[in-house]
Ligand binder design. Structure first.
Ligand code: PRP
Ligand code: MG
Length: 181
């Protein structure tokens, strides 16, 4: 038994991810070489991306972690977000790079960007591995983006279905039978 048996298809292979992470890290290292950026990993999904990205960045940087949950429920989609774990570092005057696995509705990041600006960050930028523009409920866009993906629910490389599949080294779409269909 292998987890790959649960996949309908692989959208992005391990090799394609590795190549893209190196490319993004190179660009970021160039753009931030004069700064001492604070990389903010949005738990839990961005953990594998953050881990691989920082190892390819050849500049001084600081890391911190934040865990937020977004309430999409009810009839409103106001992007109300609850902070489950806050940063340990002050962002005032800092150049912040938010590291995300995916931007879908944009509500999580919309909230985070506003919060970090309110806390007087010098700059706030976003790097995301995946961008699903068809899901967007606000005008949010990433400053650095790996792959634009179609309107499908994806798992792997940090992304979960019921907390599972985050450990896959690739990004894929599950077979309908996995959802109990
Ligand atoms: O653009 P959005 O519609 O807000 O969706 C994107 C966010 O949703 C997922 O996280 P989730 O809140 O499910 O938590 P997790 O990272 O712990 O899986 C994903 O990791 C992003 O953080
Ligand atoms: Mg997340």
């Amino acid at each position: 038994m292998s987890l790959i048996n649960d996949m309908e298809k692989i959208l992005i292979s391990r090799e394609e991810i590795q190549e893209k992470v190196q490319e993004l890290a190179g660009t970021l290292s160039e753009d931030y070489k004069e700064e001492f950026p604070l990389l903010v990993c949005v738990l839990k999904g961005a953990m594998p991306f953050m881990s691989d990205l920082v190892k390819e960045m050849d500049i001084h940087l600081e890391m911190d972690f934040m865990d937020v949950s977004t309430y999409h429920g009810g009839t409103s989609s106001t992007g109300e977000v609850k902070i489950e774990k806050d940063l340990n570092t002050s962002v005032e005057g800092r150049d912040i790079l938010i590291v995300e696995d995916i931007i879908d509705s944009g509500l999580t990041l919309g909230y985070l960007v506003d919060l970090l600006k309110y806390r007087k960050a010098k700059s706030v930028k976003i790097v995301t591995l995946l961008d699903k523009p068809t899901g967007r409920k606000n005008g949010l866009s990433a400053d650095y983006s790996g792959f634009v993906i179609p309107h499908e629910f994806v798992v792997g490389y940090g992304l979960d279905y019921e907390e599972k599949y985050r450990n896959l080294p690739y990004v894929g779409v599950l077979k309908p039978s996995v959802y109990g269909g």
